[in-house]
Write a protein that binds this ligand. Structure first.
Ligand code: PGA
Ligand code: ZN
Length: 424
């Protein structure tokens, strides 16, 4: 049996240039692993607690030295000596050491950095790739090179990630799951560059937002969707055959005074009116998915939309579900949605994240593994998504280092699996 020999956390920068935590673990048989933790901008109200220093003299209060100290001075005492292959024990120690309901004592960023680093150390000690380790450990079927998760490319960034004029946060193109991952990535990259040309022709700016998609100057959200349609029409690909459109409305970010104000419609809308607007959009564009169509507490509006169009597309809970088992149970009971966005840092340990994925799969929810808008060059999520047999990955645009690190890892995994299962 190998034992964890050391645990050490330090402060690094994420893709937005804000501090985040990176933890390194070593085993006594000379294996090592590193995990860095992303950070959201449009965070759900019930996410686990992300610990920041709130010291105005450093990084505008966003430093994570307290979280690092919690790892180095408190958590490490309990984790050193543990068996890296026993993830459930490690996560239970982390939960017990924190003891709070939302990981506010030690910080979910501190806790997840250790949980994830230990998980990767487990894979290293088992001497198998992390995706295989995840599948074996949690009893998911082995991955196949032709059935990897489909990428959801975020080509236009609005809301809190964009330039301020689009209300909806993300405008997606989603290659058909019949395509291989490499063909999907090629399609995403080609459309990304074609869209830039279309935006330049329209004299809309082509700077990028937090997730690598363009953050153009447009009048309405519908305009952004139309530009994606125009781009696809100028490409060799066919909409609703080779690829589909999707949206992350992130509606909690613009829900004010019980209403939704968007640039497409003159007056602020009630939940029912917002639902009708989205039903219309779906009729027009045959969307594959709509994420967070309503505020995170507007359960009745979610239920109504799901009853209306839930059989036609994925209705995805992100801020609604916050990778939390109790919230997912509530959504299942209420028939509020049929897909879950999985962000490990919303809950704070690998074991709890896997429990949510298992519950989702048992209830025929689609599973989407997601990055955060502030991310790092980590590629762990690519392995994790393959290991747990996720249906989709949402890693942003096919551009910017922290996004392509994850997509490139999926390319590697596809090739690795193909080499194990040659077709000719
Ligand atoms: P966030 O956005 O990382 O800023 O929360 C991602 C999303 O809403 O899906
Ligand atoms: Zn979202």
């Amino acid at each position: 049996m190998s034992k964890i020999k050391s645990v050490y956390a330090r402060e690094i920068l994420d893709s937005r240039g804000n501090p985040t935590i990176e933890t390194t673990v070593w085993s006594d048989n000379a294996h090592g692993a590193v995990a860095s933790i992303p950070s959201g901008a449009s965070t759900g109200r019930l996410e686990a607690y992300e610990m920041r220093d709130s010291d105005p003299n450093r990084f505008g209060g966003l430093g994570v030295l307290k979280a690092c100290a919690n790892v180095n001075q408190i958590i490490s005492k309990y984790i050193v000596g543990q068996d890296p292959l026993k993830q459930n024990d490690i996560d239970q120690i982390l939960l017990n050491t924190d003891g709070s309901a939302n990981k506010s004592k030690l910080g979910a960023n501190a806790i997840l950095s250790v949980s994830q680093a230990c998980f990767e150390l487990g894979a290293a000690c088992a001497e198998i790739p992390t995706f295989e380790y995840a599948a074996q450990k949690y009893g998911f079927p082995p991955a196949s090179p032709t059935h990897l998760p489909s990428p959801i490319f975020n080509l236009i960034n609005g809301g809190k990630h964009g330039a301020g004029n689009l209300d909806f946060q993300e405008f997606h193109v989603i290659p058909s799951s019949r395509k291989t991952f490499s063909a999907s990535l090629e399609m995403g990259s080609e459309l990304y560059h074609l869209l830039k040309k279309v935006l330049i022709e329209k004299k809309a700016t082509s700077s990028v937002g937090d997730e690598g998609g363009y953050a153009p100057n447009l009048v309405s959200n519908t305009d952004a969707i139309e530009l994606l349609v125009e781009t696809i029409e100028a490409s060799p690909y066919k909409l609703n055959e080779d690829l589909y459109l999707g949206l992350d409305i992130a509606a909690s970010t613009f829900f004010q005074g019980g209403k939704y104000k968007i640039s497409d419609v003159k007056d602020p809308m009630t939940g029912i009116q917002m639902g009708d607007f989205l039903i219309d959009l779906n009729r027009k564009y045959s969307l594959l998915s709509i994420e967070d169509p309503f505020d995170q507490e507007a359960w009745t509006d979610w239920e109504n939309l799901f009853a209306n169009i839930g059989k036609q597309l994925m209705i995805v809970g992100d801020d609604l579900l916050v990778t939390n088992k109790a919230r997912l149970e509530e959504a299942i009971k209420r028939s509020a949605c049929n897909a879950v966005l999985i962000k490990p840092n919303q809950i704070g340990t690998i074991s709890e994240t896997v429990a949510v994925i298992k519950l989702a799969k048992k209830n025929n929810f689609s599973v989407i593994i997601s990055h955060r808008s502030g991310d790092t060059d980590e590629d762990f999520l690519a392995d994790f998504a393959v290991g747990v047999g996720a249906d989709f990955v949402k890693f942003g645009a096919p551009g910017r280092g922290e996004r392509v690190a994850k997509y490139n890892r999926l390319l590697f995994i596809q090739e690795y699996l193909e080499s194990l299962h040659p077709t000719s």
